[in-house]
Design a protein around this ligand. Structure first.
Ligand code: NAI
Length: 340
């Protein structure tokens, strides 16, 4: 049976997900869309053969929709996810689950009250082959205990709307989730260093680069460089230093070029290119989850834990102090699938 999917928010990410659901994911098709921009919505709906429903709540409540994808602006996520839970609808929500931890907790509480998982959050790095392979190796245990992680998150450039807080909330949030999943433990302390020396390619409202430090419950230390005007491409690195060795990501490239006395490999231009396979896999898993009525991808609890961590990082940046990360106790609903 082909699942009928409704997508709310048909900007860059929404259209990307529509394309993958319609063309690369099995057993699902986008049959309805919604967006506050009615003109664009009607035009795009006609283009992809999906009904345009101007009111997103009507799309969520529709009997002709089996699953909802939320790719509207961040502040709208919480309301739509809660509406989906109220209507017993499976919902895939792009990160962040809500703009703050209290909002994420509202969603966790609503799901716990329902007694079943309906929400999957768009933390696609867990589906990236590189991260998956690192996790498998760490789980085998031969490398010994992880001690230190060195990570970089670099974008070629960002637009003038991208400001200092976004380096945590929109960028490092991916490391926050992926590393918690990789290490299978929570973070307890955050610190942010804003280097005095900045790139001349930045603008008044963006401190670039930034250096973030996290420590886990067992004491693993992590540094994350966020540098969003690095100029050369989208460059994601993660090295785990263990007791008996080191393991790290390589940038997946499928060819190298030799020309003019150079031998070089391509650096991906953006996240869509770098993580295309991971996005496809996260959606396939979501569709399988709906069919089997058992969602196992990143949960509302993971969305909450990411939020408490990014909130602590933001506070650490604003105060210049090391910040303790506090969180609620995990409800039983999430214990079984934790770190799957
Ligand atoms: P965008 O600005 O290109 O598109 C957002 C769309 O949502 C627009 O068409 C806008 O009209 C619509 N919209 C806004 N408020 C709405 C509402 N109340 N109801 C219905 N539609 C509404 O933004 P983009 O880049 O597509 O980002 C969308 C979401 O995806 C964001 O939450 C962002 O954080 C997330 N994202 C996730 C990425 C990932 O790697 N997982 C990468 C990029 C974005």
């Amino acid at each position: 049976m082909e699942l009928r999917i409704g997508v709310i928010g048909i900007g860059a990410m929404g259209r990307d997900h529509v394309d993958r659901i319609n063309n690369r994911v099995n057993d699902a098709r986008v049959t309805a869309i919604s967006d506050i921009n009615q003109e664009e919505g009607l035009k795009y709906g006609a283009e992809i053969g999906a009904e345009f429903i101007s009111n997103a709540e009507d799309l969520i409540a529709s009997d002709e929709i089996d699953g909802v994808v939320i790719t509207s602006w961040d502040p709208t996520h919480e309301e739509y996810v809660l509406e989906a839970i109220k209507n017993n609808k499976y919902v895939f929500c792009e990160k962040p689950l809500s703009v703050d931890s209290a909002g994420c907790m509202n969603i966790v509480n609503a799901e716990v009250e329902k007694g079943e998982r309906l929400v999957q959050v768009g933390f696609m790095r867990r589906f990236d082959r590189g991260y998956e392979d690192i996790k498998k190796e760490l789980d085998k245990g031969q490398l010994g205990e992880p001690l230190l992680l060195h990570c970089t998150h670099r974008n070629a450039e960002v637009d003038s709307k991208y400001d200092t807080p976004m380096a945590v909330e929109n960028t490092a949030v991916h490391e926050v989730d992926a590393l918690r999943w990789l290490l299978q433990e929570d973070f307890v302390q955050a610190e942010v260093i804003l280097p005095k020396k900045q790139t001349t390619n930045t603008h008044a409202n963006l401190h670039d680069p930034q250096f973030m430090l996290l420590q886990t419950e067992s004491g693993v230390c992590i540094d994350i460089e966020v540098f969003v005007n690095c100029k050369f491409g989208y460059d994601i690195n993660c090295k785990v230093v263990c007791e008996n060795g080191e393991i790290g990501l390589t940038n997946p490239t499928y060819y190298s070029i030799k020309t003019e006395n150079k031998d070089y490999k391509r650096v991906p231009s953006d996240w869509k290119e770098r993580f295309i396979e991971a996005y496809d896999k996260e959606f396939q898993l979501w569709v399988e989850g709906i069919k089997q009525q058992r969602i196992t991808g990143p949960s509302a609890w993971d969305g909450y834990m990411a939020s408490v961590t990014t909130t602590a990082l933001s506070l650490a940046r604003d105060t210049g102090e090391k910040t303790t990360i506090n969180f609620e106790e995990m409800p039983n609903l999430y214990k079984q699938e934790q770190f799957v």
